[in-house]
Design a protein around this ligand. Structure first.
Ligand SMILES: [Zn+2]
Length: 379
């Protein structure tokens, strides 16, 4: 069965009928730089509009100009939506729409192997200690099950062995279906030629729940400065490494605010993750400091949680095969607010180093000036 011919025709028809007009809101549409801490935002959960998640509106509401805060929910919603639409270009919306259709085509044709994988039943997915630590929801409870080998990298046991096995066989089943139907799938990212996007074959809701109920509470505590408390979308996929798969992964940063990376297993040697410090766009290619070096060996069922901007790569998997689950968690609030940011980043090690250097220079200059003055008065 070849699905792609009919798919291509449908895509073509779609693009031909797309209305290309974009109405931009007036330039005066503004948000404030600092959120109103006392304002209690409305809930937008019941609004089933398509483009943005309800959480984005609740989070953005605190940034509305003071005069807007007392307006009706509809007025606020319209105002925020206009701002968001201004940034989401027509081409971007067409792309999103096409991807939705692509996903729908897979989901309506693919027969899952393990139906139970598609709902998030915490005790079947997660080890009990992890569930308890997140339910207790304190920094101490998180730390009690985690190691932090260098600042900003958290490792912990997370997934049940049975869940790992089921997910591995589901991915194999999906790959077989792709092969048999000759369905042209999109690979997880520009760097991995092997692997599959879990969100594309029905696991989106399950991974969303995993992010909302488990990753966000932890990120709120450990990564607040990169939108850890407002994670509201994700990209979930598996990558496969081995001799007949991708062998290694070059040095890079993720398109995420927070990344969860869990080894699902199989037998392998090599494949260590190496980390080399957190950097902003401007400093992404700067030198690594010795205290930023970490090499981490994967253990099946164990997770690594880190900022997306923490530079990293994977060494060659020298024998066997290794499959990892990746969840790139994103915050539309963080991304929106970054556009307004002029100063250096609090989370970039190089920005902070430069800032310190500037402070030292200015202190030294003040000292010199004072000494000069003292010298002048005493002579
Ligand atoms: Zn920087």
């Amino acid at each position: 069965m070849a699905l792609e011919a009919s798919i291509d025709r449908r895509n073509h028809a779609q693009s031909a009928t797309t209305n290309g007009a974009v109405v931009l809101p007036p330039a005066s549409y503004r948000l404030r730089l600092n959120p109103s801490s006392e304002h209690k935002p409305d809930s937008y959960d019941d609004l089933h509009q398509l483009e943005f998640t309800p959480l984005l509106f609740s989070s953005l509401e605190r940034y509305l100009p003071p005069t807007m805060l007392s307006m009706s929910r509809d007025v606020k919603f319209q105002y925020m939506r206009d701002i968001l639409m201004k940034y989401s270009r027509d081409g971007e919306r067409t792309r999103v729409q096409r991807h939705k259709e692509y996903r729908q085509r897979i989901i309506s044709n693919y027969q899952p192997l393990h139906r139970e994988l598609f709902t998030m039943h915490a005790p079947s997915v997660l080890v009990p200690a992890f569930v308890k630590a997140v339910r207790d929801n304190t920094e101490a409870s998180f730390r009690s099950i985690m190691a932090e080998p260098i600042p900003g990298i958290y490792t912990f046991e997370m997934l049940q062995p049975r869940f790992c096995e089921m997910l591995l066989s589901e991915v194999e089943n999906f790959e077989r279906w792709v092969h048999d139907t000759r369905f042209r799938i999109m690979r997880p990212n520009t760097m991995n030629k092997f692997g599959a996007v879990l969100d594309d074959f029905g696991l989106e809701a399950m991974l969303d729940k995993l992010m909302n109920d488990f990753i966000r509470p932890i990120s709120k505590v450990f990564f607040p400065e990169v939108g850890g408390s407002t994670l509201d979308s994700h990209h979930g996929f598996v990558v496969e490494y081995g001799m007949d798969r991708d062998v290694e992964l070059g040095f890079h940063v993720d398109d995420s605010e927070v990344t969860l990376n869990v080894c699902l297993g199989r037998e392998f040697s090599g494949g260590e993750l190496f980390f080399r410090g957190v950097r902003c766009d401007k400093h992404v290619n700067t030198e690594t400091q010795s205290e930023e070096i970490l090499d981490y060996s994967h253990v099946p069922g164990y997770a690594v949680l880190h900022r997306g901007r923490h530079r990293h790569g994977a060494r060659a998997t020298t024998s066997g095969s290794r499959v990892n689950l990746l969840v790139w968690c994103r915050s539309s609030v963080f991304r929106e607010l970054k556009k307004y940011q002029k100063e250096c980043s609090s989370w970039c090690a190089e920005c902070q180093r430069e800032k310190k250097e500037r402070q030292c220079i200015s202190i030294a200059a003040t000292k010199q000036e004072l000494l000069k003055r003292i010298g002048n008065t005493s002579s």
